[in-house]
Design a binder for this molecule. Structure first.
Ligand SMILES: Nc1ncnc2c1ncn2[C@@H]1O[C@H](COP(=O)(O)OP(=O)(O)OP(=O)(O)O)[C@@H](O)[C@H]1O
Length: 608
């Protein structure tokens, strides 16, 4: 299992992050696709996970960071894109080895390096259907053969986890299909597979779970069935000389019809057989009648303008008694919120792609996780408030963050964060003079009211650069604190995305938004996943040279983090500052919020 928490990468100060607060799990026994268009940050995310790139966040492979794996090649098989990135252009760039070396020798040499017998290399040549060309030099290999040989190399140590960057990009359909079936089998046999792709159709075909990235942000985390429903629309392509007549008939039958090229129409809502029969009964000649799948646009991440980065939120030792009234652990996440809790999305209508003739299709949802699963039980902390409804997950998967699913056809405003009921990330939510000298992000989060799901939907504020408020439960951070978990991600998200209704404080300059020198990533689930006893305040000056492992001293009263090896890893990981959110005692929910008693309870505090 791979657990990703708060991965963040800013290549250059003042530029938007390539990856921002990315949090998700790739479970064992399943294929997880990291989907996104070009430059979405997929490769960067993988490089961060593998320690090939410096950044913020934590990636755990079966509970350990990559750099702590004793024999990484025996635990994680890696296939990264070649120079120049993924895609057809680089397909040839994913060269398995020296062009003058024969495939078998190449793999045997790698087997020796990994410390596995030669026969393992030969087995893998068989498995990857390269045995027949094992004596060929690599310069004669096609891109598909190179890719399969690279996969064989990744499998030498018989790892339980595979991390593959666009393994099928540029490959022939036959090679791609071979990869798909291999990876599916690997997952079905209990392995963990994390694979990136740009193609929604490939994700739908290959994966059990699809994580969608947009500009470095997670915008959806969906089981594949839901992904198919929201991102792929079946339709029927029809061509012939009498399409106008057929279109009238189809519309009369309740179908949605749009023009598709000169002599064609695309029909949704009625099957191919029915269309054919209708045409036949009415004497309409057809030249083409074919099923196809149309990709719907992905949810879009809204760039943060106020803060937007977990790194802006500093975490402090919590005060259990400072939880605002009415905030309880396990407050629900409103429908339509973004898993990961960091980025609001702009709901896009399916009609953005299809013509107005098309009836409302389910919108792509930013997060719509309809399969809300039980949250793994967090190790209880002293002083924790009992969290009703929390239960252990069968696999301890943190991807069980439940997010209330939006119902198909809901008005965008219903699913959208009810901005009117959320306090803003401006002055309104900044700690006042009477408040403790808390970090702004934390304070903002604390003062967030109830989830928008229960609140009356109000129009989002307008104005340049104003974002829709994130439908993150205001109580998430508070609940996290109440339950002994830190929800910096939540805090950051709320800070980042709450628009400026009544805000008087200007957003910090863009260059300050992604200041890598003050990184504190989402740490809530590190606590939730059993590290809650390790809270300590961020000691240091916030500087991060990427090498200051373990410099910060535990706060008074904090458990000695050195007692726990894994925790030690986390605590000393380059950029992670663990702590617990401190809530100002005066923080209260605004009266405009929905009554807390109506809040459905979910076991997760950061399913946002
Ligand atoms: N070494 C680098 N230096 C500066 N910026 C980089 C670097 N590598 C990636 N980026 C930027 O980070 C962003 C994400 O790039 P990344 O390669 O991770 O995207 P991707 O989703 O993998 O794209 P693709 O599908 O094209 O491979 C892009 O804007 C890219 O320009």
């Amino acid at each position: 299992m791979i657990q990703i928490t708060g991965l963040t990468k800013v290549y250059r100060r003042g530029t938007p992050p390539a990856v921002l607060d990315l949090t998700f799990d790739a479970r064992a026994g399943a294929v997880t696709a990291l989907l996104g268009p070009e430059d979405a940050g997929k490769s960067t995310a993988l490089r961060l996970m593998l320690g090939l790139e410096r950044g913020q966040g934590v990636a755990l492979f079966d509970g350990r960071p990559y750099w702590r794996l004793r024999r990484p090649e025996r635990e994680v098989g890696v296939l990264l894109a070649g120079p120049g990135g993924s895609g057809a252009a680089s397909a040839a760039g994913v060269v398995a080895g020296h062009p003058g070396r024969r495939a078998q020798n190449h793999l045997r040499m790698l087997a020796a390096a990994v410390g596995v017998p030669t026969r393992r290399a030969d087995e893998l040549l068989e498995q990857t259907r390269l045995a027949a060309v094992g004596d060929q030099r690599l310069r004669t290999f096609s891109p598909g053969m190179h890719r399969r040989l690279a996969l064989a190399a990744a499998l030498l140590g018989d790892p339980g986890t595979l991390v593959l960057d666009a393994p099928t990009d540029g490959l022939s359909p036959r090679n791609a299909e071979w990869f798909h079936s291999f990876l599916r089998s690997f997952g079905a046999a209990g392995g963990t597979v994390l694979v990136t792709t740009r193609a929604p159709k490939e994700a739908a075909e290959l994966a059990d779970r699809v994580i969608t990235l947009d500009r470095g942000r997670l915008v959806a985390d969906q089981p594949v069935a839901e992904f198919r429903r929201t991102r792929l629309s079946p339709e029927v392509a029809v061509r012939g000389p009498q399409m106008a007549r057929l279109a009238d008939l189809l519309v009369g039958q309740g179908a949605q019809v749009r023009r598709d090229g000169g002599a064609g129409i695309a029909v949704a809502g009625i099957g191919r057989t029915e269309i054919g029969e209708l045409a036949y009964r009415n004497g309409i000649l057809l030249h083409e009648l074919a099923d196809r799948v149309v990709e719907q646009p992905a949810p879009r991440a809204t760039l943060p303008v106020a803060s937007g980065r977990s790194g802006r939120v500093r975490v402090q030792p919590s005060r259990a008694d400072s939880v605002p009234a009415g905030t309880v652990p396990g407050d629900s996440v409103p429908a339509g919120t973004v898993p990961g809790g960091s980025v609001p999305v702009e709901p896009r209508s399916a009609g953005a792609v299809l013509s107005g003739q098309r009836s409302a299709a389910p919108e792509p949802r930013s997060s719509a996780r309809s399969d809300a699963e039980p949250e793994p039980r967090r190790r209880p902390k002293p002083g924790d408030a009992p969290a009703a409804g929390t239960g252990p997950a069968s696999d301890g998967s943190a991807s069980t963050r439940p997010v209330a699913a939006r119902t198909a056809g809901a008005e965008p405003s219903a699913g959208r964060p009810a901005t009117g009921v959320l306090p803003v990330a401006g002055a309104q939510t900044r700690p006042g003079p009477a408040g403790p000298a808390e970090p702004q992000g934390a304070a903002s989060a604390q003062q967030m009211p109830r989830p928008a799901a229960e609140a009356p939907s109000t129009p989002p504020p307008t104005g340049g650069g104003v974002l829709p408020a994130l439908a993150l439960p205001a109580t998430a951070a508070a609940a996290a604190a109440a339950s002994g978990t830190s929800s910096t991600s939540a805090a950051a998200a709320t800070t980042a995305t709450s628009p400026g209704v009544g805000a008087t404080r200007p957003a910090p300059p863009e260059s300050d938004l992604f200041d890598e020198t003050k990184p504190t990533v989402a740490v809530d689930r590190l606590f939730r996943d059993g590290l809650s006893s390790l809270a300590w305040s961020e000691a240091g000056d916030g500087s991060d040279d990427g090498n200051d492992r373990g410099d910060a001293a535990p706060a008074a009263g904090a458990t000695d983090w050195r007692e726990d090896a894994v925790a030690g890893d986390l605590m000393t990981a380059d950029t992670v500052r663990l702590g617990r959110l401190t809530l100002p005692t005066e923080a209260t929910a605004p009266t405009s919020t929905a009554p807390t008693s109506t809040a459905p309870t979910t076991p997760d505090h950061r399913s946002e």
